[in-house]
Write a protein that binds this ligand. Structure first.
Ligand code: BG6
Ligand code: MG
Length: 222
């Protein structure tokens, strides 16, 4: 088999990969569910990761056996986001996850293209608070896509903006929906978290400190 000599391109999910925001999403959704008189489990919360705001709300309401009109859902989603934004507004660089800064710095120094591929509509605030914005050659987030992960749209757009072929694109994801989106995009995928939560990822690591650029490049030959 002939292997390409094109450089790789890296597409990073944001929440739970670069920054420690998953806990804030969880807190804000839990608060909302509790205010409606029910709760959900950590395993259910795992299913929310990577999923956009409205789809997450639909899933939570379904778990609680609650039906709401579209207008009521807009109000609930806005209330959750208000809680969430109040938390992320106080974020600092200290909430950048282990290894993220070093890896982004090394990739940039090597001239490897970097994109964000996130479902979040709050990505610009988070990147600004955590001082990560300057690393990205392209940003695709919840404001620029019409479908939610596991649909591949977000990663396909990111690769297109970078001018990268899918076979040279590596996605970094902490969510099952995100891993599925990367697979649907026909890209390589590094899972961040527990292997049992991320079937389909080529390699699963605890955080970005556990992978080097050579190991990322070597994924192409696997
Ligand atoms: C993803 C998170 O990155 O963004 C999800 O994993 C979240 O939990 C989604 O629902 C949308 O985020 P936001 O900031 O637009 O509500
Ligand atoms: Mg994530």
């Amino acid at each position: 088999m002939q292997h390409t000599t094109e450089p790789i391109a890296c597409i990073f999910d944001l929440d739970g990969v670069l920054v420690d925001t998953a806990v804030y999403h969880y807190k804000a959704w839990k608060q909302l569910a509790n205010s409606l008189g029910f709760d959900f489990t950590e395993a259910q919360n795992e299913q929310l990761k990577g999923v956009n705001r409205m789809r997450s709300l639909d899933m939570i309401l379904q778990w609680g056996g609650i039906e709401k009109s579209s207008a009521e859902k807009d109000v609930l989603a806005a209330a959750k986001n208000e809680q969430y934004v109040a938390m992320i507004q106080k974020m600092t660089v200290a909430e950048v996850l282990p290894g993220a800064l070093d890896l982004l710095t090394a990739l940039q120094a090597k001239g490897i293209k970097i994109a964000l591929g996130s479902a979040s509509k709050n990505s610009s605030l988070i990147l600004e608070r955590t001082e990560l914005a300057h690393f990205f050659d392209a940003i695709v987030d919840g404001n620029s896509v019409s479908t939610s992960k596991p649909d591949p749209e977000v990663f396909l757009k990111a690769a297109e903006l970078l001018g990268a072929e899918k076979e040279n694109s590596v996605v970094f994801e902490d969510a099952l929906a995100g891993v599925q989106a990367a697979i649907a995009a026909d890209m390589m995928v590094v899972g961040i978290g527990k292997a049992e939560n991320l079937p389909g990822a080529q390699v699963v690591i605890n955080d970005l400190s556990e992978i080097t650029i050579s190991e990322i490049e070597a994924l192409r030959t696997r």
